[in-house]
Write a protein that binds this ligand. Structure first.
Ligand code: BGC
Length: 372
């Protein structure tokens, strides 16, 4: 009997202890539940584009009543998932996430959805999952179309060699950019204004006005830069080494963004058989603005990150306040239609760089050399 009593009281003490411990855990501050309202996950610090987004988020959040935390995934989907889990444990109610890899990020947002967190896909769409509530983005098809149109507007004569480059196939935007560019370039390839210089896959599809996802994949597989300036440089070198005289002279280059445009431009500039090149870009990165002023990059597509941040945070605050955010359209992510808010873009070259980027207060004139 004594033994039974002893065992029972021991059990009681243990139960009490366990109850106390869990109460303690719940009230822990700092990293405990309930400390952060909005979690923000960005792909990498290695590209100026995303460091800029971080800064613009910080500027916008200065006077916010809500608490936020920004984490970077450093190009790794595993790190991205870990970041999302960290934020879930901090009690976030809204997750704003720009995926490193659109498909791979599905698992991370599905984990968030299980905790009733509202998921906003930011700039890049998270694909093939129904665990995304909203998408805040620039008009990426328009970005590609603007790049293609710039090459058309600046092409001299016929049979202009056209070098095609694309973003990473793990990024849905890379498809949208190329699709937009192709929509305007294809008729000009068909009518002999351009001849494709570096892609047998694009060459084989030159009479196809609208490319399917599979057809786009084939071209991207050949001309992807993986968003990596080094890979872009190596590819451009390989292409120019293989190109005969008929593919040199005055050429046009579709470069998907500023980081890759600068390194591709450097390769073209150092080839004695290239007399001139027109090259596109996007992001209005400071280094590319200097390249444009110096005549080394032809244009960029300016995507005002302040607007994207304002839209994403505006949406998050409405959700936190129990309201339904306004959207302007939708995007299919391969599984479901996601309600989206979309922002326009602006083409910038030497002629309007001052008006669009300095006079608008986006950058300071003192950050550049030779701007009037
Ligand atoms: C973004 C671009 C960026 C690229 C590489 C795209 O998803 O929309 O602005 O240059 O990724 O990071």
């Amino acid at each position: 009997m004594k033994k039974v009593l002893k065992a029972l009281s021991l059990m009681l003490v243990m139960m009490l202890f366990a109850a106390l411990l869990s109460a303690c855990n719940k009230s822990t501050g700092g990293s405990g539940k309930g400390s952060i309202d909005v979690g923000i996950v960005l792909p990498t610090k290695d590209e100026p584009r995303w460091v800029q987004d971080e800064q613009r988020f910080k500027d916008a959040l200065k006077d916010s009543d809500y608490t936020t935390e920004i984490l970077f995934s450093q190009g790794s989907s595993a790190k991205e998932k870990e970041n999302v889990e960290t934020l879930i444990n901090k009690g976030i109610k809204v997750l704003i996430i720009c995926p490193q890899d659109g498909d791979a990020a599905a698992a991370a947002v599905e984990a968030a959805k299980k905790e009733d967190i509202t998921v906003i896909s930011y700039d890049r769409l998270i694909t093939n999952t129904d665990a995304v509530d909203y998408y805040v983005t620039f008009d990426s098809v328009a970005v590609g179309a603007a790049q293609g149109q710039y090459l058309i507007d600046h092409a001299k004569g016929k049979n202009v060699p056209l070098y095609l480059y694309a973003g990473a196939a793990s990024d849905n935007n890379a498809f949208l950019f190329f699709q937009g560019a192709w929509s305007v370039l294809q008729p000009k390839i068909a009518d002999g204004t351009f001849k494709i210089a570096n892609s047998s896959e694009a060459e084989a599809l030159k009479d196809t006005a609208e490319l399917s996802r599979d057809q786009l994949s084939k071209i991207l597989g050949q001309v992807t830069t993986n968003w990596d300036p080094n890979e872009a440089k190596n590819k451009a070198q390989t292409h120019l080494t293989a190109a005969g005289a008929d593919l040199k002279g005055d050429v046009a280059v579709l470069a998907p963004n500023d980081g890759t445009a600068r390194s591709i431009a450097d390769v073209f500039a150092s080839d004695g058989d290239i007399s001139s090149y027109v090259i596109t870009g996007q992001d209005a990165e400071k280094a590319s603005i200097q390249y444009i002023i110096d005549g080394k990059q032809s244009m960029t597509v300016f995507k005002d990150v302040r607007t994207l941040v304002k839209d994403a945070m505006g949406m998050a605050v409405e959700i936190l306040d129990g309201k339904t955010p306004e959207t302007t359209g939708s995007y299919n992510n391969g599984k479901v239609d996601i309600k989206a808010k979309q922002t326009d873009v602006i083409v910038v070259n030497k002629d309007n760089v001052k008006k669009e980027l300095i006079d608008s207060g986006y950058y300071e004139a003192s950050e550049f050399k030779g701007i009037e």
